[in-house]
Design a protein around this ligand. Structure first.
Ligand SMILES: C[S@@+](CC[C@H](N)C(=O)[O-])C[C@H]1O[C@@H](n2cnc3c(N)ncnc32)[C@H](O)[C@@H]1O
Length: 214
C-alpha cells in the first residue's frame, strides 16, 4: 500500500517556533540514543513524511484507543492527537525514563497517557487504563536490535490486544519486524519512505474483523 497523506492533519506552527521545538526534541532524543543505543536504534527522530504516510490508512472515526510503542520524544504524538476523537485515548509506552519525563512535560492533553514500561506488557497497560483492547498499535521499536525473544513476544501480545478490524502499524529500517508480524497477521500491506534518515520500510498488519472468515 502506498498510503495517501491527505487524511492526516499535521499542525504547522510558525517556522521559528517549529525550529526551536525541533532542536529541543532532537537534543533529548540524541541524549537517549547515547545512553541506550541498542534500545533507541536511531540517531534522529522520524521525518514528517514518515509520520503522514504511516498514519494515512487509519480510520479515525473508529479509533477509540491508539497505542504507541517507543514514542521517543513524541514525533508521532501530536499528529495522532490532532486526528484522535475527543473521547479517545493515546497510550504511549517507552522503556526510557528520559523520554517519558519529557513527554509528560510537553503533551498536556487529557487523552494522552505516557507509561514507563515495556511494550511486552501492553495488555496489562491497556487494561489498567480501563480498556478491553486497542484499535491501532503503532511501533517505532528497533526490532532488529532488541534483546533475543522480545520482538516475537511483542508481536504476539500486540495481536491479542488489537480489536478486530484494527491494525499494527510498524516502521523499521530492516524487514525484521515483518517476519514477527507475519506469524500473527494474515494481511500485511507494505510501504517505503525514502524521505527519512535512514529511509525506512512501513508495514500495516490488519487484524481481521469478526465478520470476515479465517
Ligand atoms: C527508534 S526510537 C523511536 C523514536 C520515535 N518513535 C520516532 O519515530 O522518532 C525507538 C524507541 O523505542 C524505545 N524502546 C525500546 N525497547 C522498548 C520496549 N521494549 N518497549 C517500549 N519502548 C521501547 C526506545 O526507548 C526508543 O524511544
Amino acid at each position: 500500500m502506498s498510503g495517501s497523506n491527505s487524511a492526516v492533519a499535521i499542525r504547522r506552527p510558525n517556522l521559528a517556533a517549529r525550529a526551536a521545538r525541533l532542536l529541543g526534541q532532537w537534543g533529548v532524543f540524541f541524549r537517549g540514543f547515547m545512553e541506550e543505543p541498542r534500545m533507541v536504534g536511531a540517531v534522529i527522530p522520524s521525518s514528517p513524511f514518515t509520520v503522514a504516510k504511516m498514519l494515512a490508512p487509519v480510520d479515525w472515526n473508529r479509533c477509540e484507543v491508539f497505542v504507541e510503542y517507543g514514542p521517543g520524544v513524541g514525533t508521532f504524538c501530536q499528529a495522532v492527537l490532532d486526528n484522535l476523537r475527543r473521547d479517545g485515548a493515546l497510550i504511549v509506552i517507552d522503556t526510557n525514563p528520559l523520554y517519558i519525563d519529557y513527554l509528560r512535560r510537553v503533551f498536556r492533553d487529557s487523552r494522552f497517557h505516557a507509561v514507563l514500561g515495556s511494550a511486552e506488557d501492553v495488555e496489562s497497560i491497556v487494561a489498567a487504563h480501563g480498556y478491553d483492547g486497542a484499535d491501532y498499535v503503532l511501533s517505532g521499536l528497533p526490532f532488529s536490535t532488541l534483546p533475543e525473544g522480545v520482538g516475537p513476544g511483542i508481536a504476539a501480545a500486540t495481536h491479542r490486544v488489537i480489536r478486530p478490524g484494527g491494525a499494527f502499524l510498524v516502521y523499521q529500517y530492516s524487514a525484521q519486524a515483518k517476519a514477527f508480524m507475519a506469524r500473527h497477521f494474515k494481511r500485511i500491506d507494505n510501504g517505503f519512505e525514502w524521505r527519512n534518515i535512514p529511509p525506512c520500510r512501513l508495514f500495516w498488519g490488519w487484524k481481521q474483523s469478526e465478520s470476515s472468515e479465517g
